[in-house]
Write a protein that binds this ligand. Structure first.
Ligand SMILES: Cc1ncc(COP(=O)(O)O)c(C=O)c1O
Length: 400
């Protein structure tokens, strides 16, 4: 399968440790091999020698727009509809408040249960601020719960634990039929599947730079606003970089007419430059081919789990139907944490999600089919031999 894989050639675009099987690209993507040279230039020439002149001369100032335009191509948006800024949490806050303000006569924010915690925390705070109530429903009940009270529907396309994927098109359509606005969190979908936000008339979206986009630890996030909303969008964090003319230092706030109004303060420039460089891997990539490989990897994973791990206490925690899942597979096991640590000790890096999930992020640009084979073989060995049952594997580290 690896020999026949049309995506196989992309692996060489990453600097991956030779002895490691890396299955955590849905948490922190691998490093594209050209990033160090770009960062060296950014540090040694642009920062050290250009110093402040580099905001103009090295093109630093417009890097958030340039990186945003690259991401726009991956999510079915137009140039000028996506900008790189802040964290996903902050961007979610901005679009939730802005969307709620656009539907001022409605008092409900519809969210899903079991979403990533930041989404829940931010929505609750926005509801308090805006005098709204939160309606939190099971993912399967979202469509039925959208009615004329709902100002905004805010969902994550692919669930961070289970990999369950919402029907973005049907839910967006239903939200609009009810007169609601739609926000999608694309953290676990951007870069691993085709997305077509404008075709489905999505209103707002946020996404992550450090997962499948490989932008590096803490890479800035991105935000999408459909062009039709830009002129009326009242972004709540009115920082100077969202101003129409930041360097006029005017005392009154006037929002930028374009996507720049989603900016707040000065960009974390080194992070934006690393992300911009990393995104070059995606130049001319066919996301349908990426998705085909993602499905082939995850289907192989599930088949091997069924075949090899029966009776060892694992259950598949992700949808078995490929069209219902994203690009990671979760396995549930009573000893998930210790097994994950035992895997990492063997240089097979997967993630753990409390209380009982092993999460395997499959990055079609660099994950090989043989990696799946070896991963399932290691899981089998570790559980059959009881190798996980070791005090060193039971210590919880700060970051998992
Ligand atoms: C679905 C989802 N939304 C938001 C976030 C948080 O992103 P950030 O750390 O950029 O705020 C994560 C992080 O893993 C996530 O999985």
């Amino acid at each position: 399968m690896d020999i026949a894989d049309p995506m196989g050639r992309y692996r060489s675009m990453f600097d991956l440790p030779a002895e490691t099987i890396y299955l955590d690209g849905g948490s922190l993507g691998a490093m594209p091999a050209t990033v160090p040279a770009r960062m060296k230039r950014a540090l040694e020439e642009e920062w050290a020698h250009g110093i402040i002149r580099s905001w103009n001369d090295a093109g630093w100032y417009f890097a958030p727009q340039r990186a945003g335009d690259r991401i726009a191509k991956l999510i079915g948006a137009n140039e000028g509809e996506v900008i790189v800024a802040d964290s996903t949490s902050v961007n979610l806050f901005k679009v939730l408040v802005a969307a709620t303000r656009m539907r001022g006569n409605r008092r409900t924010i519809l969210v899903e249960k079991a979403n990533f915690p930041t989404n829940v925390y931010i929505a609750e705070s926005v509801a308090r601020m805006m005098g709204c109530e939160i309606r939190a429903v099971d993912p399967a009940n979202v469509l039925a719960a959208i009615n004329e009270d709902v100002a905004v529907v805010s969902l994550t396309h692919v669930n961070y634990r289970t990999s369950r994927r919402h029907d973005l098109e049907a839910i967006t359509r239903r939200a609009h039929e009810a007169g609601s606005l739609m926000i999608w969190d694309l953290c676990h979908s951007v870069g691993v599947m085709p997305l077509d936000l404008n075709r489905h008339e999505v209103d707002f979206a946020v996404g992550c730079g450090y997962k499948y986009l490989n932008g590096g630890p803490g890479a800035p996030s991105h935000v999408f606003v459909a062009a039709r909303h830009l002129s009326t969008l009242d972004q709540p964090l009115t920082g100077w970089h969202g101003h129409a003319k930041p360097f006029d230092f005017s005392e009154s706030y006037q929002p930028h007419p374009g996507m720049e109004r989603m900016l707040v303060g000065t960009a974390p420039q080194l992070g934006v430059l690393a992300l911009e460089e990393a995104l070059k891997v995606y130049e001319d990539i066919d996301l349908h081919a990426v998705r085909r490989k993602s499905v082939a990897l995850s289907s192989l994973f599930i088949d091997l789990v069924d075949q090899q791990l029966a009776g060892l206490g694992f259950t598949v925690g992700s949808p078995r139907a490929a069209e219902e899942r994203g690009s990671h597979i979760s396995l549930v096991h009573d000893h998930a944490h210790a097994i994950t640590q035992a895997m990492i000790a063997r240089n097979i890096v997967n993630g753990f999600r409390t209380p009982d999930m092993l999460r395997f992020g499959l990055s079609p640009l660099y994950t090989r089919f043989i990696d799946i084979w070896n991963t399932v073989a290691a899981l089998k060995e570790i559980v059959e031999a009881g190798a996980w049952d070791n005090p060193q594997f039971k210590v919880r580290k700060l970051v998992s």
